[in-house]
Ligand binder design. Structure first.
Ligand SMILES: [Zn+2]
Length: 363
């Protein structure tokens, strides 16, 4: 009997116990969803109950100052982790600005370079006819260089920071102190390839890092710019997707936050990080309708500014604060400037024209 009980314990209880987060210390855990608008972008700061700090994404180039201001306000001198969800400028563009002045101990990303479109790759030069002719190396075109500049700057900043670098791996866990924990839910190997992209799909987005944050009875799902394909993969794996709060994928794009995924996550609060000048139709009405039907409370950085969450990890214990008072209908989505549903792959800012000029205040 004892042996059977022991076997059952080893087979069922141990794996269950291993997936349970450590007990909450009762200290405050804070999550800030930063306002890195008015063009699109993502940046989130987690301060664990023991004071460990995690920055997930850093907004677009020039947004480092927003992050540095938040670090200063919270008296944060160093970052224990910087996590880059995927190599797109609206997520890592401001990373070098932060890393140049803030000590970062660990950097985690998905190990993938940006997906540069065929048309921007350097053309192969004809082979020289003379054996003595100097070999010409294909040179990076200026357009390619400008397209990947944000990535070069990010890589250089990581190298110069002296931080420990780690590639994200499925189910890897990080103890961030005080009973709080991060778990990687995506990407999973083998990573998506360009030919697997569905129409409207974007490769770096599909391979975004997705992280679950646990603290006692509180949990949050941080989805980067994940695509529906990423969600589908997570649904087919044995992952605990049910979470208190979701950072909605891809700024509320219609290519993510699918119905089966929302059904599994069952978020009580949904947060969309998007800019009021974005040209992509973020957040999409269809996504907002899905979240509303699921009974979630909605917050948006384009309407609420910075959104902060404080919890002590007990059940039903979290407070959400916003830096701006809501004006207008939070459940009203935005229209895309162009219909991009027939194309796949690289979508740069240039494809959608410049953001509108801010209106001059009327006298
Ligand atoms: Zn993005």
């Amino acid at each position: 009997m004892l042996g059977a009980a022991g076997y059952a314990g080893w087979k069922y209880v141990l794996p269950w116990w291993k997936t349970q987060p450590p007990p909450a210390s009762g200290g405050e855990l804070k999550v800030f969803v930063l306002d890195v608008g008015p063009v699109n972008g993502d940046s989130m700061l987690i301060v664990s109950p023991s004071g460990k700090t995690i920055l997930i994404d850093a907004g677009d180039a020039g947004k480092g100052k927003v992050i540095l201001e938040v670090l200063k306000r919270n008296n944060i001198q160093q970052l224990d982790y910087f996590i880059a969800t995927h190599p797109h400028p609206d997520h890592i563009g401001g990373a070098d600005e932060v890393m140049k002045v803030t000590k970062v101990l660990n950097v985690i990303d998905n190990g993938e370079p940006p997906d540069v479109p065929e048309s921007l790759l350097p053309q192969a030069k004809p082979t020289p006819t003379s054996r003595n002719a100097p070999r010409t190396r294909p040179r990076t075109t200026s357009r390619t260089a400008s397209v990947i500049k944000f990535y070069e700057e990010y890589k250089e900043a990581v190298t110069n920071s002296g931080a420990q670098y780690e590639k994200a791996g499925l189910s890897k866990q990080y103890d961030i102190g005080g009973g709080a924990r991060l778990t990687v839910f995506a990407p999973s190997e083998p990573l998506f390839t360009r030919d697997q992209m569905k129409t409207g799909g974007n490769l770096p987005n599909a391979n975004s890092i997705v992280i679950r944050l646990d603290y006692g009875d509180f949990s949050m799902l941080l989805t980067g710019d994940a695509e529906e394909q990423t969600e589908h993969r997570m649904l087919t794996k044995d992952l605990n997707l049910r979470t208190t709060i979701i950072k909605v994928a891809h700024h509320g794009s219609k290519y993510a936050t699918s119905e089966p995924f929302v059904d599994r996550v069952k978020p009580r609060v949904a947060i969309v990080s998007c800019g009021e000048w974005n040209r992509y139709g973020h957040p999409a009405q269809v996504v907002l309708d899905r979240l509303k039907t699921a009974g979630a409370t909605l917050y948006r950085t384009d309407m609420h500014g910075e959104i902060s969450i404080i919890t002590r990890g007990r059940e039903n214990d979290f407070a959400v604060k916003t830096s701006k008072e809501l004006k207008g209908d939070v459940w009203e989505g935005r229209m895309a400037q162009k219909d991009d549903s027939t194309r796949t792959g690289f979508i740069a800012y240039g494809d959608f024209g410049p953001p509108p000029k801010p209106k001059k205040p009327s006298k």
